[in-house]
Design a protein. Structure first.
Length: 374
């Protein structure tokens, strides 16, 4: 179900574009999942694989799509213009602090009726620039941590103890614990099967905060349909937002600091193993998948074009058959004419070569007989 590496474009062109042109109906639409490039020892494709696995585990989408993992912005820009892309997952982490090269293509994709699920830095202004506040309507200026605490973890037993001063014993490891409590603010399709309130550990979220006072301001786009689905219980800032205008997006304000190392407090498994978050993510992808119109329009146009090509092919066949029929009739007439002319010529030749000489010889014989009788 997943495709990786440098063969992505070739795979799409051969296995998707080519069959679409031929009018086949068993072609699967594509989910583009952008996870970002490798940064140091952080192989972010592992994070992308984990997100893809969550999508594959959703029975509603099993066997319905090809998931294509992308780690390069330029490649992502190219793939966004392919007509068979039905949904986009944009997972931006703090390992990638700028996604400006993606802005024009994401705007185009959204305005064509595409659907996007944005995670982490997708809602931060200095990362996605003008997309923040429109496609990803969080107006995020900076990250916020709710009541962080320090915990000392025993290296042997794993026992934890909260400390006010970030100082631990030699046999302990110090960890900074962040947690965010999600509170449902609106009943929505993506909240089905998700608790009305749940807490994610080791997480923080982006919000529109005054840089000096740290006060939160709730901002809403001037256009489009904005729905805050979950908010945090401290500031009341949006944590999950559904936005619909030309296209559809679901934007998560948290999950920014993802590490692929299990011993890291920001290890992605801490969040992706939470049942509520998993269900919320799966619901968001499925909702975006169903709400998009770009793919459906593209396939309808492709089908219409294919039908036009079939009609042109049938018209051409009829013209060829008619031409062949006319050519056959013409050939037959020429053959008959040649036969008639041939028969006439044969008759003329026979008359002058056989009948006339025969008569002349008969007349000569009669003259000789008469002379001999005299």
């Amino acid at each position: 179900m997943r495709k990786l590496g440098l063969v992505i474009i070739g795979m799409i062109v051969w296995s998707v574009v080519y069959p679409v042109v031929l009018g086949q109906e068993d072609v699967k639409p594509v989910i583009l999942l952008y996870h970002g490039p490798k940064k140091g020892d952080q192989e972010l494709s592992v994070y992308g694989e984990a997100l893809a696995e969550l999508i594959e585990q959703d029975s509603r989408l099993q066997g319905e799509a090809e998931i294509v993992l992308v780690g390069d912005q330029d490649l992502m820009n190219t793939l966004l213009y392919f007509p068979q892309v039905k949904c986009v997952i944009l997972a931006l982490t703090t390992w990638e602090l700028e996604a400006q090269r993606l802005v024009p293509s994401l705007e185009w994709y959204f305005n064509q009726g595409g659907s996007i699920v944005g995670i982490g830095n997708a809602g931060k202004g200095d990362v996605t620039f003008r997309l923040n506040g429109s496609i990803f309507p969080l107006f995020g200026t900076q990250y916020y941590t709710v009541n962080p605490t320090f915990v000392c973890v025993n290296k042997e037993t794993g026992e934890e103890r909260i400390v006010e001063i970030p100082r631990c014993n030699d046999n302990e490891v110090r960890q900074l614990v962040r947690q965010t409590t999600y509170v449902q603010s609106t009943d929505h399709e993506i909240t089905q099967g998700v608790a009305d309130e749940f807490t994610l550990k080791d997480s923080r979220f982006v919000a529109h905060l005054n840089t000096s006072t740290k006060e939160f301001t709730h901002m809403v786009p001037e256009e489009g349909d904005y729905t805050m689905v979950y908010q945090d219980n401290d500031l009341g800032a949006p944590l999950v937002v559904v936005y619909e205008d030309n296209g559809t997006t679901v934007t998560f304000a948290g999950t920014d600091q993802m590490s692929v190392h299990e011993d890291d407090p920001a290890y992605y498994g801490n969040i992706l193993e939470d049942e509520n978050f998993v269900k919320l993510f799966q619901n968001s992808v499925y909702y975006a998948w169903n709400e998009e119109t770009k793919y459906e329009d593209a396939m309808a146009r492709a089908q219409q074009k294919f039908e036009e090509m079939e009609q042109e092919e049938e018209a051409l066949k009829e013209q060829v058959e008619k031409s062949q029929s006319q050519e056959t009739t013409s050939s037959l007439m020429r053959s008959v004419l040649l036969i008639v002319v041939g028969l006439v010529l044969i008759a003329i030749i026979a008359y002058f070569c056989f009948i006339v000489p025969s008569r002349e010889r008969g007349a000569e014989v009669e003259e000789v007989t008469e002379e001999e009788g005299q």
